[in-house]
Design a protein around this ligand. Structure first.
Ligand code: SF4
Ligand code: SF4
Ligand code: FES
Length: 248
């Protein structure tokens, strides 16, 4: 008789302890469930919906769903992969993602998931949104057109940096990234290039001006292995704990 709790993820036994979500337990065990707004160091946000899994015929967000003993969880099934592909295509349509001109191309989690899910075309007509850029800060550049509204920067700013620099404002289509200063400019906040928040963005929205993404093609994070093998990382995020995924 053992007290160990575990569930099955696509047939693989995942141990967990009480209070962990399916995503937290899977990540700790080195199993990969697609995601963009989850980071193992931060509270779940539950906004991107990429981490959906099937539990007893019900679709739930694995980053917010508590793990339960002997639960059967399915992630890598065609219906869910297709739903994820549509979500990714929607993000591409919403945000003016033109990868060939982007500094984080090859190191980008959104792009890597698009490759992983077999995205070959936009599917949705681009919204062609134009959101204000911010180059006011001496060390950081912001391209809001690439923001996917995951609030990783906002959560990292509060809980890792003990600041309150980044946030989201507005509703629905009007939701956008803000900086908490009277002027609304990043330069007038307490933001520093050394903040965790400045190195957690999964796409090319928050960029150090000195350039952390100077790798040549072939040496970039996702050049030689897909994201379900490499995991969600940013090359300059030294605190990231979700390493060593083992999925084939
Ligand atoms: S942020 Fe990622 S998906 Fe968007 S343009 Fe840059 S590389 Fe492409
Ligand atoms: S700036 Fe980056 S980390 Fe912040 S909400 Fe947008 S995509 Fe997420
Ligand atoms: S990772 Fe679960 S909703 Fe984004």
């Amino acid at each position: 008789m053992t007290d160990e709790l575990n569930f099955l993820l696509d047939g693989v036994e995942i141990p967990f302890h009480k209070g962990q979500t399916i995503m937290q337990a899977a990540t700790a065990a080195g199993a990969y469930i697609p995601h963009l707004c989850f980071h193992p160091d931060l509270a779940p946000h539950g906004s991107c919906r990429l981490c959906i899994v099937d539990v007893n015929g019900k679709t739930v967000s694995s980053c917010t769903q508590p793990a339960e003993d002997r639960q059967e969880v399915h992630s890598n099934i065609p219906e869910l992969q297709q739903a994820r592909l549509r979500l990714i295509q929607l993000l591409f349509a919403e945000g003016n993602h033109f990868c060939p001109s982007c500094e984080v191309s090859g190191n980008c989690q959104l792009q890597a998931l698009a490759y992983d899910l077999g995205m070959t075309h936009y599917h949705y007509a681009p919204f062609s949104a134009v959101r204000a850029q911010d180059g006011s800060h001496p060390e950081l550049f912001i391209d809001r057109d690439r923001c996917i509204l995951c609030d990783l920067c906002g959560r990292a700013s509060c809980s890792s940096d003990n600041k309150n620099v980044y946030g989201l404002s507005g509703r629905g289509e009007q939701t956008h990234l803000i900086f908490r200063s009277n002027s609304g400019n990043l330069a007038d906040t307490a933001a520093s290039v050394n903040d965790h928040a400045a190195h957690i963005c999964p796409v090319g929205c928050i960029l150090p001006k000195q350039g952390n993404y100077m790798q040549t093609i072939g040496n970039r994070l996702y050049d030689n292995a897909p994201i379900h093998k490499v995991g969600n990382h940013r090359m300059d995020d030294s605190t990231s704990a979700n390493k060593g995924h083992t999925n084939e």
